[in-house]
Write a protein that binds this ligand. Sequence first.
Ligand SMILES: [Zn+2]
Length: 105
Amino acid sequence: MTQLKYSQYDKDGKVICQLCGKSYQRIAAAHVATHNMTMEKYRKLHPDAPLFSIKFQAQTKIQNQSNKKDLFLKQQNATIEKVSDEDKEQFGASVDDLDNLQKEM
Ligand SMILES: [Zn+2]
């Protein structure tokens, strides 16, 4: 197993190009060509990198049973940092309180 520079899939299950880190429905030869590379070279360089998005694989029913591990990775990568709405609300409330205080003064 080789170490990949990027995740195999993004949070939407799209396949990530190991050369530029952008996500696509599939790694197309035309796209790989923009990196001055061929599909053959790409596959050789990144044997563990998938060439199709999870959705695309399901749709085309590609006979490849090694993707359960990929799905697991996808779930791990789906942990996105969330901006806390509670913090915003608390901040808003404290600003209002300050206004009220100033009026009272
Ligand atoms: Zn790319």
